[in-house]
Ligand binder design. Structure first.
Ligand code: GTP
Ligand code: MG
Length: 369
């Protein structure tokens, strides 16, 4: 079983040792600076600092810090991940369709996006990875998640409708995740399109357009006439180049589940976004309480692939169950290890549930006295 010393943990968390020791007391562990603590305890502590702990393979026996968008300083250039957000019906999917020059909206149920789709698009020599999110109010969690796994957000605002509730919500998610936004003022072809009104409303949320003296890039576009699309993509490429995004393709892959479903013929199918490393057919992965060996892998065009590098989405077959979107996946050294990790996670969830139900029943008891 992996352990880590309090000192090492504080280094990894970049928090003072005293703070780590204090937090340890709160989770019921009295420990000195050189004391080794077990993974479960380290994990609890990491949670407090909003860091996800991932246990390393046994032989290394330590805890690895794992943030959502980690930069790999030893890495090579990777493509940007761009999430398209905005209020329902403001034209997110249409805009992506126009960028891809295909037509996903017409195959969607009622034209409403139900899930995040992931697509790669080549612009000149750059590959861009796009995630589409639903604008419906029921999908707050997906928008929050989208903001977390992304480098840049394209915020779509319909020029004839302006800032609406889910626009504001998306702005707040981006601010919280510190993700830069590029505003696409869409539906410019429509009668009543008023980009100045959009810019005015943006200022009410602290976003001042460049031509109004601020630093927020606003591009008027139309998904229907394709007006402004080139400029929008140019802005995306420019912004991403300034970020100098990096990843290490030689590592074991990790990343996030974008969407997952049960397919009648093929079993659990999951779209994964690789955030670091390279994911390969035959890899054993675990994700939440699910695990499996990757049996087959497809790209966003439905073509069979053997591997997927950093920033690439891939649809995979071979999981034991359907994972939840937003969950992190990690490659383990073999299927046995992957299964052990998944089982451990299931066990800790069971315990947490038991403790909760236990607590409730005690409270119930008191309330009856
Ligand atoms: P959700 O996924 O449900 O949140 O919607 P969405 O933001 O993806 O919007 P979608 O692309 O489905 O477009 C909604 C409606 O607006 C459709 O009827 C589109 O044809 C229309 N639309 C989108 N972009 C434009 C545009 O540039 N001009 C005009 N005139 N209509 C547009
Ligand atoms: Mg849509």
């Amino acid at each position: 079983e992996g352990t880590i010393s309090v000192k090492e943990l504080s280094d990894k968390l970049k928090k003072p040792v005293t703070e780590v020791i204090r937090e340890l007391i709160f989770v019921g562990v009295m420990a000195g600076i050189n004391q080794e603590i077990d993974f479960e305890t380290a994990e609890k502590l990491c949670k407090k600092f909003d860091v996800q702990a991932i246990e390393k393979e046994e032989e290394e026996g330590a805890v690895e810090e794992d943030t959502d968008l980690e930069e790999d300083i030893n890495g090579v250039k990777r493509s940007p991940i761009i999430t398209v957000m905005g209020h329902v019906d403001h034209g997110k999917t249409s805009l992506l369709d126009a960028i891809k020059q295909t037509d996903v909206t017409s195959t969607e149920a009622g034209g409403i996006t139900q899930h995040i789709g992931a697509y790669t698009v080549k612009v000149n020599n750059e590959t861009l990875t796009f995630l589409d999110t639903p604008g419906h109010e029921a999908f707050t969690a997906m928008r929050a998640r989208g903001a977390k796994i992304t480098d840049i957000v394209i915020l779509v605002v319909a020029a004839d409708d302006g800032i609406m509730p889910q626009t504001v919500e998306a702005i707040n998610h981006c601010k919280a995740a510190e993700v830069p936004m590029i505003i696409a003022i869409n539906k410019m072809d429509k009668v009543g399109a008023n980009p100045d009104r959009v810019k005015q409303e943006l200022t009410e949320h602290g976003l001042v357009a460049e031509d109004w003296g601020g630093d927020v890039i606003c591009v008027p576009v139309s998904a229907h006439t394709r007006e402004g699309l080139e400029q929008l993509l140019e802005m995306v490429v420019l912004s991403s180049e300034m970020m100098e995004l990096k990843a290490d393709p030689d590592r074991n892959a990790k990343g996030t589940v974008v969407e997952a479903r049960l397919d009648k013929g093929r079993g659990p199918v999951a779209t994964l976004l690789v955030q670091n490393g390279t994911l390969k057919v035959g890899d054993s992965i675990y994700v939440g309480t699910t695990y499996g060996r990757i049996r087959a892998m497809f790209n966003d065009k439905g073509e069979k692939i053997k591997e997927a590098g950093p920033s690439m989405p891939a649809e995979i077959l071979g999981l034991s169950d359907v994972p939840s979107s937003g969950e992190r996946f990690v490659v383990a050294k073999d299927e046995k290890t992957a299964r052990a990790r998944a089982d451990k996670k299931a066990e800790s969830i069971r315990q947490e549930k038991f403790q909760k139900s236990h607590k409730v029943s005690l409270e119930d008891l008191y309330s009856q006295i």
